[in-house]
Design a protein around this ligand. Structure first.
Ligand code: SIN
Ligand code: FE2
Length: 205
């Protein structure tokens, strides 16, 4: 079921076969050696996320008591993030159709029960014309997709390992989140859980 909706959202289950998924798990493991996963806290409240994050790229998405923002360096050690590996840049080029390369690959690690991401919009970028490309590995996530306003109705659907999603056009600014995992639904990750990679253009090209 490949779906393209007139709001610019593309849902591509099975976009990556098992071998490609395994290769990306190895790519993420190498990124995490250079830039370890960390648990950010939310601005103002200081409450921790329920998922761990890291990045590749010239800019990484971070959160702390002050703000959500992009940073050229890892907050924990001041080092640059590792470059976005070629297989991920290829996915960006194939799926985004955008003239400029992604500058950030945010990697979310949902470790198991209780890992979720509440409804939000990706709005810390300068360039809202570039799509967001989203890749899922491991346990199925129950995704929630709304509209441009927080109060808009939402739909929820299962996102399996190997699924690519593209948020282009109006859907680029739609509210979205992850309600929960189907824990144990995949054996791709040795320790279970779900990895989600979002490729983003941050600056104006
Ligand atoms: C995100 O909104 O940054 C990621 C959503 C997901 O995990 O699929
Ligand atoms: Fe998001």
């Amino acid at each position: 079921m490949n779906r393209v909706t007139d709001d610019g959202f593309r849902f591509l289950p099975g976009h990556l076969d098992r071998a490609a998924q395994e290769a990306l798990v190895a790519v993420v493991a190498r990124i995490a050696e250079e830039a370890p996963f960390t648990r950010f806290v939310m601005p103002r409240t200081g409450r921790p996320f329920s998922i761990d994050m890291t990045n590749a790229g010239s800019l990484g998405w971070i959160a702390d008591r002050q703000s959500y923002r992009y940073s050229p360096v890892q907050p924990a050690n001041g080092r640059p993030w590792p470059a976005i590996p070629e297989p991920l840049l290829r996915l960006w080029r194939d799926l985004s159709g955008y003239a400029h390369d992604a500058e950030c690959c945010l990697i979310n690690h949902y470790r198991g029960e209780g890992a979720r991401l509440s409804l939000h919009r990706d709005e810390d970028e300068e360039d809202f014309d570039a799509p967001i490309v989203n890749i899922s590995l491991g346990d199925t996530g129950i995704f929630r997709l709304g509209g441009p306003a927080r109060r808009d109705p939402t739909r929820s659907f299962a996102v399996e390992s190997g699924t690519a999603m593209v948020f282009a056009g109006p859907s680029r600014m739609f509210y979205h989140g992850v309600d929960r995992l189907r824990v144990g639904s995949s054996r791709l990750l040795p320790e279970g859980g779900r990895l989600n990679l979002t490729l983003r253009r941050v600056t104006r090209g």
